[in-house]
Design a protein around this ligand. Structure first.
Ligand code: HAM
Length: 419
């Protein structure tokens, strides 16, 4: 777990704002579920899901309730739906922290943020297309280029069960040739053996049966429609028959967006899919669901690697330098801020030189300077810090208007009017 300091934290906020902008324009409203839920909400995700069985931050609270910090948000959204029974389609987005007791490394943390969407109550394959397209659009807005979208279908629960049986048979036949870790995974969840990156497993993974052979006609038709929709939107994707994803609740469509720069174990920037049985498992009516979550930490690492969506310095309109004791700076910064301008100041009545150094470092557009002469005359000096224009002395009560109209202050020299 780690601190996100300024200015990086401002980038995190902007990230969530851009995400909200993309999905709100598609009809999604924000759900803010609690970070802590009854343990049962997450155990419904399934007993072959490692984030539930091995990685959960769960504890008994002072009221003897067994609770857990959420390892993801989809289960909370379904719990919320089962509880409030909103009209469908329920189109929800969220952002915030999740907790998994994982082995920390670059791109993998014990507290990490996700943004995501979920839609409950619609079976339409073109909704899957909308969901995938929104993830894609968001990544385009960030400016990421090195992305790979992979999609697959896990079929209906029966298809998936037959496939799991076939995989178990296939991998059991490999016996000791499989790595010890994969043999252990095989006992818990044969699908996850397909995720192994270990060399000795690769030949057996390559020769394993593929889910496509097990899809029912309905599931195959649903998946064909999803692919046709992605084609219609010209979104580049690859069908990856070995994509299984780590959560038990998936049925039919699953997808992942991988970055080009992170280690392969951490290159999934986000993923999602359908989970048509989850609301029911949480005590609600049978309700289809589809959605995704994107990892904020990992996506920002990918942005760093690609040099896009950089942190933006805070833009100050004015840095107030008051060498008359500080009370003038109190009033002037308050007036500028009340007028909607961004203003900071020096403290502790330091020397002109020291305060000008701070003004410089702040990156402010102007320094607004008050010395004894200005105080006596009711004026201030406005010194442009970036345009190279000359400083001007103006009546103090014209300062707000002056800063608001002279957007870069260079016109104070050339005399041209600001349009
Ligand atoms: P997930 O694949 O477990 O899916 O997580 C989604 C994304 O969260 C990952 O691709 C990754 O970027 C990020 N993430 C996961 N664990 C960590 C970690 N320890 N450190 C940093 N980032 C991490 C879900 O959570 C599903 N709820 C997605 C979903 C929504 N499916 C349907 N609706």
């Amino acid at each position: 777990m780690r601190d996100i300091l300024p200015p990086e934290s401002a980038r995190w906020r902007r990230f969530a704002e851009v995400f909200a902008d993309v999905v709100e324009r598609a009809g999604y409203g924000q759900l803010i579920p609690p970070l802590l839920e009854d343990l049962g909400v997450f155990t419904r995700i399934g007993d072959a899901t490692e984030i539930v069985t091995k990685e959960m931050y769960d504890f008994v609270d002072k009221g003897d309730r067994h609770v857990a910090l959420r390892p993801e948000v989809t289960a909370s959204v379904c719990r919320s739906f089962a509880q409030h029974r909103p009209t469908v389609p329920w189109k929800i987005f969220y952002s915030g922290p999740n907790f998994r007791y994982e082995k920390p490394q670059r791109g993998r943390y014990r507290q990490f943020d996700q943004v995501g969407i979920e839609v409950l109550g619609v079976d339409d394959p073109y909704l899957d297309v909308e969901v995938i397209a929104l993830a894609w659009e968001f990544y385009q807005r960030l400016g990421l280029q090195q992305l790979r979208l992979i999609v697959n279908s896990l079929g209906e629960p029966d298809d998936r069960a037959h496939y799991v049986d076939a995989l178990r048979t296939h991998f059991e036949a490999a016996g000791d040739q499989l790595t010890e870790q994969s043999r252990a995974t095989l006992e818990r969840n044969p699908l996850r053996v397909l995720d192994s990156k270990r060399e000795p497993d690769q030949a057996h993974i390559a020769s394993a049966p593929q889910i496509g052979e097990f899809l029912s006609d309905d599931a195959a038709a649903h998946f064909a429609d999803v692919c046709a929709g992605l084609d219609a939107l010209a979104i580049p994707y690859a069908i990856e028959p070995k994509l299984v994803r780590g959560l038990d609740y998936y049925r039919r469509t699953i997808f992942e967006i991988q970055g080009g720069t992170l280690d392969s174990a951490q290159n999934a920037l986000g993923g999602g899919g359908r989970y048509d049985g989850l609301v029911e498992a949480l005590g609600g009516p049978a309700t289809p669901g589809v959605g995704f979550a994107l990892g904020v930490d990992r996506t920002l690492l990918a942005c760093d690697d690609e040099g896009v969506f950089a942190p933006e310095p805070v833009e100050l309109d004015a840095f107030v330098v008051d060498v008359t004791g500080g009370l003038q700076a109190v009033e002037i910064t308050a007036a500028l801020r009340a007028a909607g301008l961004a203003a900071d100041r020096g403290y502790d009545n330091r020397s002109m030189k020291a305060q000008m150094k701070l003004a410089n470092r702040s990156g402010a557009r102007t320094a607004v300077i008050v010395g004894d002469d200005e105080l006596a005359a009711g004026t201030v000096v406005v010194k442009p810090m970036q345009s190279g224009a000359d400083q001007v002395t103006i009546p103090r009560d014209e300062l707000v208007a002056h800063l608001s109209t002279h957007s870069d202050l260079s016109d104070t020299v050339t005399g041209t009017d600001t349009p």
